[in-house]
Write a protein that binds this ligand. Structure first.
Ligand SMILES: Nc1ncnc2c1ncn2[C@@H]1O[C@H](COP(=O)(O)OP(=O)(O)OP(=O)(O)O)[C@@H](O)[C@H]1O
Ligand SMILES: [Mg+2]
Ligand SMILES: [Zn+2]
Length: 582
């Protein structure tokens, strides 16, 4: 007498039966007809037509992602061919052939797992078997799963059979890796690619299954399960099994997320919020929070890459795209977040997050890697398209990025500071030139003109450091401003057009290096001063140009050329008239 616990001993038979009857959902709900198969319409229609027209091929290759219906459709095809009412696209489902195929194979429908039968001997055996007529049914159907595992000699042994099989034989080679099937075999077969299943279809299928099982599943919980499957029905259904085991008859999203180790949109949004704020500290805190809650950092980096991918897609294709595996509300949220970034930014973030994901796979210090990766995202910063940078030199209002105009999305101009505020350097330049004849140098009459640099004073120290580090623009800004230290503050009075330089990270670095203590930056506007010019003067037009070349003069006087030099610096070395042959 086996030792059993008391609870089970009360009704051992019932427990045994319940145990035997339990079947995982993916198997229990394996479609038995073409109608039940989700997606894959191109496969279904072609096969249905072939059956209706009695034009059945002898070799088929079903390829595609795992769990998308290859084996399922192969079995349905076998039923269609062998049903007593057939060949028919709508098998009866009750005859002996139909029932036996459902249960997993008959003498005439032979499933071979090529992962464990991949050698030449097995294929010779198969070749033998092919020669005999079906024992009972119309066709002998060979369903070879994982066909790419078959060795090349074994494939060669099959070649002749697949090319000219007896009329009663149909081969179906199922594989996730179609490119590994030798061309000699592939060219003798009809090839069907199975697609990964659309999010909405998967959601509908799971909702239907839950209804059959008497399970109440919240739509957002199903969405998490559908996303976890990444287009594979089987994977999503396995996740559903797991969720039912964990949660019972009511399934809610947070519990499912906890179970699968996935992350909510809002937790991922912390990353984009930190990016929008340009704040690396928030990133470090986020990593700390993940660690403290025992979250898997590799998972997080994978989900982060997917998150940026979805943002990029939302940015390009708008909220209604079916390219994002998410419900309508979530897609709208993606679009909303994405609107705060340019397409270029999101592309870079996606790139970096993929690198991060890759690094984390092999990392012995995942936490450090994640920290570096996220901080690097912040440093990667946000770029303005060149056109916009140039245009912004001319007017004060930043324009929407061109990509935004294309998608027709509402444009939120990035939270990053606009390139420049106050008068443009051109106006500044003109003002300066206008002032020059009357007032050759600061004569002392203008009290607000920048004072000379006094060795050792904070302004001079800053200036020296910035110059030494090649930050000449910022150094010029310092030179043309007033700087005072007062307790924990550094007070800078500067023309508005320089403020951006002072808000830049490189200036914060300079402060830290030069004064070696935390300082609070107080920027005030110096309105009375004519904005001094920090940038090199554009070369004087024709009159001053040495070669007195008219074309050169015109080119140098060109506004666009000048703007270009303003933004990118450099010198003009050669001028070529594109209308003339070189
Ligand atoms: N297109 C589909 N429609 C409905 N259910 C599907 C579909 N694809 C897969 N399933 C479900 O997933 C289970 C596994 O499907 P199937 O065995 O056909 O996948 P496969 O493509 O052969 O995968 P693998 O490459 O891993 O062998 C099925 O039992 C069924 O429940
Ligand atoms: Mg299969
Ligand atoms: Zn039948």
């Amino acid at each position: 007498m086996p030792r059993i616990t008391r609870g089970l001993a009360l009704n051992p038979d019932r427990n045994r039966i319940a145990h035997l009857m339990y079947q995982v959902i993916a198997r229990k709900y394996r479609p038995q007809t073409f109608q039940d198969v989700v997606n894959q319409d191109h496969v279904k229609t072609t096969l249905e037509n072939a059956i209706a027209q009695q034009r059945i091929g002898h070799g088929y290759i079903f390829s595609g992602q795992r769990g998308t219906g290859k084996t399922t459709v192969a079995r349905i095809l076998a039923r269609c061919l062998n049903c007593v009412t057939g060949p028919t696209a709508a098998p009866c489902g009750v005859c002996a052939s139909c029932l036996e195929i459902t249960a997993g194979g008959t003498v005439d429908v032979i499933e071979i797992d090529a992962a464990s039968n991949r050698g030449i001997n097995e294929m010779r055996e198969l070749r033998e078997n092919v020669r005999y007529r079906p024992a009972r049914d119309r066709y002998k159907v060979f369903i070879i799963d994982e066909a790419h595992q078959i060795t090349s000699e074994a494939f060669n042994a099959l070649l002749k059979t697949i090319e000219e099989p007896p009329e009663w034989v149909v081969f179906v080679l199922c594989t996730t890796e179609a490119h590994k099937i030798p061309a000699t075999i592939a060219s003798r077969c009809q090839h069907f690619s199975f697609r990964s299943v659309d999010f909405d279809d998967l959601m509908a299928r799971m909702a239907w299954i839950c209804a059959q099982e008497g399970i109440q599943a919240a739509p957002d919980a199903l969405a998490v399960l559908a996303q976890a499957g990444e287009g594979s029905v089987r994977d999503s259904l396995s996740a559903l099994d797991q969720a039912i085991a964990a949660c019972g008859l009511r399934i809610e999203a947070p519990a499912v997320r906890a179970l699968l180790g996935s992350f909510s949109l809002e937790s991922l949004h912390q990353v984009t919020a930190a990016l929008a704020a340009g704040d690396p500290r928030q990133m470090l805190e986020l990593v700390d929070e993940l660690e403290r809650n025992g979250r898997n950092l590799q998972h997080f980096s994978r989900e982060l890459a997917r998150y940026f991918r979805n943002l990029l897609v939302a940015r390009i294709a708008g909220p209604d795209t079916r390219l994002i595996a998410a419900g309508a509300a979530e897609r709208a949220r993606f679009a909303e977040i994405a609107a705060g970034f340019s397409e270029e930014d999101l592309t870079r973030y996606l790139h970096l997050s993929l690198d991060l994901f890759r690094d984390l796979q092999f990392s012995l210090q995942p936490r450090f890697h994640l920290e570096i990766g996220l901080v690097r995202l912040v440093h990667a910063g946000r770029l303005l398209p060149i056109e916009q940078a140039l245009a912004d030199l001319g007017d004060t209002e930043p324009r929407p990025a061109p990509s935004a105009e294309r998608t027709g999305l509402p444009v939120r101009v990035p939270a990053a500071p606009p390139l420049r505020t106050g008068p443009s350097p051109f106006e500044a330049d003109r003002a300066k030139k206008a002032a020059r004849p009357a007032e050759p140098q600061n004569s002392g009459a203008n009290a607000l003109a920048p004072a000379p640099l006094v060795p050792g004073d904070p302004r001079e120290r800053l200036h020296a450091w910035l110059t030494e580090h090649g930050l000449t623009h910022v150094a010029d800004a310092v030179e043309n401003s007033r700087v005072a230290l007062s307790g924990g503050d550094i007070v800078i009075q500067a023309p508005k057009s320089y403020h951006l330089y002072f808000k830049d990270r490189s200036f914060a670095d300079a402060l830290r290096q030069v004064f070696a203590r935390p300082l609070n930056l107080k920027l005030t506007v110096d309105e009375s001063a004519a904005p001094p010019v920090a940038l090199p003067e554009p070369p004087a037009p024709a009159s001053a140009a040495e070669p007195a070349d008219e074309a050169a003069g015109r080119a140098l006087a060109n506004r666009e050329v000048q703007r270009f030099r303003e933004v990118f610096g450099g010198e003009v070395r050669r001028i070529r008239n594109l209308k003339e042959p070189t």
